[in-house]
Write a protein that binds this ligand. Structure first.
Ligand SMILES: [Zn+2]
Length: 136
């Protein structure tokens, strides 16, 4: 007989919980540092622009819009990484309460290969596809 697992439970061993937690914390650290670096870059850049040498005038409109585009791109990336951090925090909570690796939609198990690739995944591949199609 296989060991009993209640529905909605991850059924992970202690060492698996430990390794997923480590993966999540590592990923969180990388994301946090990345955001800090990107914020530093974009903030540093706009500071530099404000105190810019007036002899560079007139400012070409093309330069301004490409700068804005870059800034917007960076802000988009930061937003995306912040969302991932929130997902990681959620995953860490789920590790503690034993529901990590359980699909939020169908309550099926998320394959371990998927969790290893995306430790903050909250949906199984099938439900993720449904979500992307706007089905759930
Ligand atoms: Zn699912």
């Amino acid at each position: 007989m296989a060991k009993k697992e209640k529905k909605g439970s991850s059924g992970l061993t202690k060492s698996e919980v430990k390794s997923y937690r480590q993966m999540l914390l590592d990923k969180r650290k990388i994301l946090t540092e990345d955001i800090k670096r990107m914020e530093g870059d974009s903030l540093g850049k706009s500071r530099q622009d404000q105190s810019g040498d007036l002899s560079n005038m007139p400012i070409h409109m093309a330069d301004i819009s490409s700068d804005n585009f870059e800034l917007e791109l960076t802000l988009g990336l930061i937003e995306n990484e912040e969302r991932q951090i929130r997902e990681i925090d959620l995953a860490l909570t789920r590790l503690e309460d034993g529901t990590y690796g359980v699909c939020e939609n169908c309550e099926g198990k998320i394959p371990k290969a998927r969790l290893k690739a995306i430790p903050n995944a909250t949906l199984c591949l099938k439900c993720k596809e449904l979500e992307e199609e706007g089905m759930i």
